[in-house]
Design a protein around this ligand. Structure first.
Ligand code: MG
Ligand code: MG
Length: 262
């Protein structure tokens, strides 16, 4: 069942989501060669908890040990933060985190270059962010879940990159994962109809090489089977009659990340 949210409830989700947006702005300057994903995880947890009532929504979720999922290069999602994972020049790092505030959850992911990205990875980041942007634009009443996946496909087509097929976005609200699932591929006009009040975590994951993934020995990290890099961008988005509302952006004039509202 898809649970619809009132505009007031969307505002409450946005209050938590703004913490994630601000976190990504703050943490950006800490993502550099020599830093471990364990340090970044502690920074993120302290940052989230420094906001009254806010808690990391991923910590302990299904048993996940971290505040952030920190996935480097070929790791697509669910990388476990560790003091032994040290970033180096030319890596890309996908951070994915959730906040629970006032009983409402928000979820957002961003992929950051470590130092100067190579040409191919820079292009990968650009295309994946553009895919998220395109997907958000069609999150309006009257469209369908298939239109979201189709927007991702349209953006990626012709780039030579591939869409990770086995991982999907999701509805979100009182729980991190709610119905419906949001695949990153689809046909227009198919799947559940989008309605005012839906809140969706839209999250394209795009790889330079194969779309095939496998779970690593730690039972969490999912990596591309060809070990080529992949990127992940995600926003929590409210479907409204006034257009899509991005609920995981930092508030205020300092916003510099995130696709522009249409
Ligand atoms: Mg996420
Ligand atoms: Mg998600």
């Amino acid at each position: 069942m898809i649970e619809l949210k009132s505009r007031d409830e969307m505002d409450r989700i946005a209050a938590g989501g703004a913490i994630i947006g601000a976190l990504y702005q703050e943490i950006r300057s800490h993502i550099k060669p020599g830093v471990s994903t364990g340090e970044l995880d502690r920074f993120a947890e302290e940052f989230i908890r420094s906001h009254d009532g806010a808690e990391p929504a991923f910590k302990g979720l299904y048993g996940f040990p971290g505040t952030v999922c920190a996935s480097i290069n070929e790791e697509v999602v669910h990388g476990i933060p560790s003091d032994d994972r040290i970033l180096k020049e030319g890596d890309i790092l996908s951070l994915d985190t959730g906040v629970r505030l006032d009983g409402w959850c928000s979820d957002s992911a961003w992929t950051f270059p470590v130092g100067e990205p190579g040409t191919a990875t820079a292009r990968l980041l650009e295309v994946t962010e553009a895919a998220l942007d395109a997907a958000i634009k069609v999150a309006v009443p009257g469209k369908h879940v298939g239109d979201i996946g189709h927007a991702v496909e349209r953006t990626v087509k012709g780039t030579g990159f591939s869409i990770i097929r086995d991982l999907v976005g999701h509805g979100i609200g009182r729980k991190v994962h709610e119905q419906p699932q949001i695949p990153n591929r689809g046909r227009p006009g198919t799947g559940p109809a989008l309605e005012e009040g839906m809140v969706l975590a839209i999250e394209p994951m795009i790889a330079i090489g194969t779309w095939r993934i496998r779970t690593m020995e730690d039972r969490w990290t999912m990596s591309t089977t060809d070990r080529r890099p992949s990127a992940h961008f995600e926003h929590t988005v409210g479907v409204t009659g006034d257009g899509p509302l991005i609920l995981t952006r930092a508030l205020g004039p300092a916003v510099e990340h995130g696709p522009a509202l249409p």
